[in-house]
Design a protein around this ligand. Sequence first.
Ligand SMILES: O=C(CO)[C@@H](O)[C@H](O)COP(=O)(O)O
Ligand SMILES: [Fe+2]
Length: 253
Amino acid sequence: MAPPAIIAPSILSADFGNLGHECSRTIAQGADWLHVDIMDGHFVPNLTFGPPVVVKIRSHVAKPTESYGKGTFDCHMMIAEPKKWVKEFKNAGCDLYCFHYEAATSSAAESPEGVSELKTSPRELIRYIHDNGMLAGIAIKPGTSVDVLWEILESPDAKDRPDMVLVMTVEPGFGGQKFMASCLPKVEALRTRYPDLNIEVDGGLGPGTIDQAADAGANVIVAGSAVFGAKDPAEVIALLREAVDKRSAGGRL
Ligand SMILES: O=C(CO)[C@@H](O)[C@H](O)COP(=O)(O)O
Ligand SMILES: [Fe+2]
């Protein structure tokens, strides 16, 4: 049976002028995690915020009492140098550090300043994240084949294996984009091989698209505009959860 639903509203769609309150309210409305989109203006053509803002919102949301627990900060690192920021985000209050496969493997990302210790492989980066006391996620963009992940998921040592895979269902960079159903075969392939894996989908998720994502096997659901733009965010969170849990309880097609 697939793991239970985890609903992770993306705070990219929250009111940034009132972020602490928005975060605590969303958790009170039934969200499990908060999805924290970190963009550096290099890996993606947009900028968000860094560790000081994460510190501030952490003070409004209690740290989870267990791994994957309520209040987990799921930091989606859309940054060119994922290794460089691991310790800072840990210290800021991040619980799950999800880097992009493309950033970890591109030569531009490895070391724009020629600093060799920033060079790393996805497996080494996963180990480094674990050694720094966080869960590790690995994300792939719509144009990246799921095949790049098999070797990483089969790493003999659990320290080198990700705790979650994020399959992007939009091009990373902005909220409010149209859901790309063409990415779902990647989710299906992952779920077929790994019944217990946390598989996250991100981009364009909401009441109109959740059934397709849940049918494919996703259990960690990011939704930004659908939650923060809703009249009744609690109702949307409950609907997303029900769509996923209905499938994990009843078995997949
Ligand atoms: O990572 C990203 C965008 O790059 C996402 O997390 C979006 O912020 C999701 O927003 P919606 O598509 O749900 O509005
Ligand atoms: Fe995201």
